[in-house]
Design a protein around this ligand. Structure first.
Ligand code: DGJ
Length: 750
């Protein structure tokens, strides 16, 4: 028994609680299987939770002879398996040497540790002994010497639970693990909406909300990456839950490969939610003595709406997932040459852009794709990480020095996991690419995927990157990944282990990140996968920021950033100001709108600054200095979504300093309207009794006034009709930032 984990020893009831959430389960007397009793808002501990055991006698198959209440089909469980009378999809499935899949994992013992153990070779949230408490439950298979460990970490300060599962083979036989979900939660009701983020290249994180249907609904990836198509996140929200109020469970997977997030509603209105590695394309040989650990899944409970859920994810991931080196540290404002030049550059052009960047107040210059091999287009050279001396006569080292001399940091693009047909390593090791040598191996963007399930491949790419990083002064790396895996086969694995390839691939990616960061601990890495195809909590562990999308259009970005913010903190959302007409949608938006949107992320520019007029450069200088002033507020503050771009013409969001002393609000109108309706935006998160002053305005308003009534967006032209008729209309795609500062005098001061 600790302050966070209460155990009723006789009845074997476990209650994890931190005053915000409660999570209760027990060991069933006869079957020794774990029964889920409650998950949700914190309730006080009781000596017995037996009243939460629900049983009906129904026509079904019963485990225990003569007992008609032992049908697992009708019992909520922690880790359901096949062969125990439960017909719903299981959380775990094992193939035995006989070919059968019948298991029964029975409770043996538990242990409690303060803090949280690291997961072997996997990213995960971390916590010291005063930050979290972990309960491990050990279950043994009735039919083998397999031991399953279910691990539950309750964070002391956050309404969040970290869960994972691992299985160890203590016997002499080999088993095949066909499925091991990291999290299973059986909820007693079905009155939830399923919320998730779907998308495609250049339009990631589109928010969708639909009522649950009876039956199975799921989102997933089979592509070898978490993918543009579905983010490894979903939420179950009560019908009346909105951004500001109501109950919701959020589930996020700390993993970057194939995943399955599935919700099954049965005829009795029980909702089974599960999250883990996608069983499709997965199978793991459990040899004698071996241990398999499934990645971590995080569950957040909020009774303060979707914003409450997101703020918990943001806080948790900033404090307990992103490297402490970066979580509280200022991020450099960057200029990236991709949309400025694409592949068409030389050293002179890059230095011209860098000089400009310096003059604009920018802090980091990033050289994107095209600096290596013979890469004048996307047809080749990946896997050949040597500088193209035609473009860069003094190599990366020479360029990095010159950029540093200008007073800027220097960043470089890599796509480490890929190989082109013309790369020397492809000629010497064609077997290093993923695919079956006797079958078709598809290209994507003219490239192949290196088999990162092979440690020697990871080592080769590490050596190549190490050469560049050790010879040159490099402060930042953009780590890209531009195609999915369509023919999963490793020439290094025996037939029985081919089902391991997709997971071993991601472990190889994590191993390379680990090796690079071990040698270059000060390196800032921004992950990227053709934009946001690997925007997931797994990569945030290594790379504190992610390029959210290849779509840099300010209007499209409203949706992408709004959706992404459901889970991921603003300090992780790579957002840049690009040129107009926009390269993805040809839209013309103002420099102001582009910057006002990008401000709510990790800020940068991605345009040819030499084409900006002097007047535009002056605007950029002002934007850069504004972001420098506000960056801590934006990255460390509490974020609130106020108006959704998925629901109307106006989008609004804001950040509030943790001590509520200041706030920044962004309001965006997509289309201009003649003779518009009156409009107000109610703010959130302020100190009710404090007076706030809006920058540039003499009047002050109380926090409760701003939150209850809101910003009054229409003009006030009383007695100034002439001025009204002669004003300049903002036109389509307009935006406004409002900076609020708490002033000393408050109502309480009298
Ligand atoms: C895809 C990325 O998302 C872009 O930002 C850019 O780096 C290109 N790849 C380069 O090929």
């Amino acid at each position: 028994m600790t302050n966070y984990i209460h155990i009723n020893e006789t009845s074997k009831e476990f209650h994890l609680t931190n005053g915000k959430l409660s999570y209760i389960f027990r060991v069933m007397e006869q079957t020794k299987i774990l029964e889920q009793l409650y998950a949700g808002k914190a309730i006080r501990h009781q000596e017995s939770f037996a009243h939460l055991i629900e049983r009906e006698i129904r026509p079904s198959n019963n485990q225990v002879t003569g007992d008609h209440t032992t049908s697992l089909e009708h019992i909520k469980q922690e880790m359901p398996v096949y062969g125990t009378t439960d017909f719903r999809y299981p959380g775990m499935e094992i193939r035995y040497p006989d070919g059968d899949r019948i298991s029964q994992f029975e409770y043996r013992s538990y242990s409690v540790v303060e803090g949280k153990k690291r997961l072997p070779n996997l990213p995960a949230t971390f916590a010291g002994e005063h930050e979290a408490t972990t309960l491990e439950i050990y279950l043994e298979d009735r039919y083998s010497s397999l031991v399953l460990t279910l691990s539950y970490t309750i964070f002391h300060a956050y309404s969040a639970l970290g869960r994972h599962a691992s299985i160890e083979n203590y016997g002499n036989e080999t088993f095949q693990l066909e499925r091991l979900m990291s999290l299973n939660l059986d909820l007693p009701m079905n009155d939830y909406d399923f919320i998730h983020l779907h998308g495609a290249w250049a339009r990631e994180a589109q928010l969708e909300r639909k009522p649950l249907i009876t039956g199975v609904q799921s989102i997933s990836s089979t592509r070898g990456a978490s993918s543009h198509v579905h983010n490894p996140f979903f939420a179950l929200a009560k019908k009346n839950t909105d951004e500001q109020q109501g109950e919701v469970f959020g589930f996020s997977f700390v993993y970057s490969g194939n995943f399955l997030a599935q919700v099954e509603v049965d005829p009795y209105h029980v909702t089974r939610a599960m999250l883990g590695i996608n069983p499709h394309q997965f199978s793991w040989e459990l040899e004698p003595g071996s241990l398999f650990t499934a990645p971590e899944a995080v569950m957040v409970y909020s009774d303060a709406g979707l914003n409450g859920m997101s703020r918990t994810f943001h806080d948790l991931y900033r404090q307990q997932l992103i490297s402490p080196k970066w979580s509280g540290r200022k991020r450099p404002i960057l200029s990236n040459n991709w949309e400025a030049t694409y592949f068409d550059f030389n050293e002179e052009k890059i230095l011209e852009l860098a000089r400009d960047a310096k003059g604009l107040g920018i802090e980091l210059f990033v050289l994107d794709d095209g600096w290596f091999g013979n890469r004048d287009n996307d047809a080749g050279s990946l896997g050949n990480w040597t500088a193209d001396l035609k473009k860069l006569p003094e190599g990366i080292a020479g360029l990095a020095d010159k950029v540093h001399t200008l007073g800027l940091q220097f960043g470089l693009w890599f796509e480490p996991e890929m190989v082109s047909a013309d790369a020397p390593i492809h000629a010497s090791h064609p077997e290093w690419k993923i695919g079956h040598p006797g079958k078709n191996i598809s290209h994507g963007r003219n490239q192949y995927v290196l088999d990162f399930s092979r440690p020697e491949v990871v080592d080769n790419i590490f050596d190549q990157m190490d050469t560049v990083l050790s010879e040159s002064a490099i402060d930042y790396v953009k780590w890209d990944m531009n195609r999915y895996i369509s023919e999963a086969f490793s020439q290094a694995l025996p037939a029985a282990k081919q089902g391991e390839m997709m997971h071993r691939y991601i472990l190889g990616v994590y191993a390379l990140y680990t090796k690079i960061l071990a040698k270059y601990p000060d390196l800032l890495i921004e992950s990227c996968a053709g934009g946001g195809a690997r925007f997931d909590a797994g990569l945030l562990y290594y790379a504190p920021q992610t390029w959210a999308s290849d779509d840099t259009d300010a209007v499209e970005r409203l949706k992408i950033q709004y959706g992404t913010s459901m889970v991921y903190p603003l300090s992780s959302i790579g957002s840049h100001v690009s040129a107009v007409p926009n390269h993805q949608v040809a839209r013309m938006t103002s420099l102001k709108m582009r910057s006002d949107v990008a401000a709510f992320g990790t800020f940068g520019y991605e345009l040819d600054s030499t084409k900006l007029s002097e007047e535009e450069k002056e605007i950029v200088r002002e934007q850069v200095s504004q972001i420098k002033r506000w960056q801590t507020l934006i990255h460390q503050g509490d974020f609130f979504r106020l108006k959704s771009p998925f629901e109307g013409n106006t989008t609004a969001w804001m950040v509030v300093a943790p001590d509520k002393s200041e706030a920044l609000v962004g309001v965006y109108h997509v289309l201009a309207q003649p003779n518009p309706a009156y409009e107000r935006v109610s703010l959130a998160g302020l100190d009710e009794a404090a007076l706030y002053q809006l920058d540039g305005e003499a009047t002050t308003r109380f926090g409760d006034d701003l939150m209850q009534i809101g910003l009054v967006l229409g003009g006030n032209y009383i007695g100034r009709a002439q001025e009204y008729w002669s004003r300049t209309m903002p036109g389509d795609f307009s935006s406004q930032l409002y900076h609020l500062q708490k002033i000393d005098k408050s109502e309480d001061d009298g």
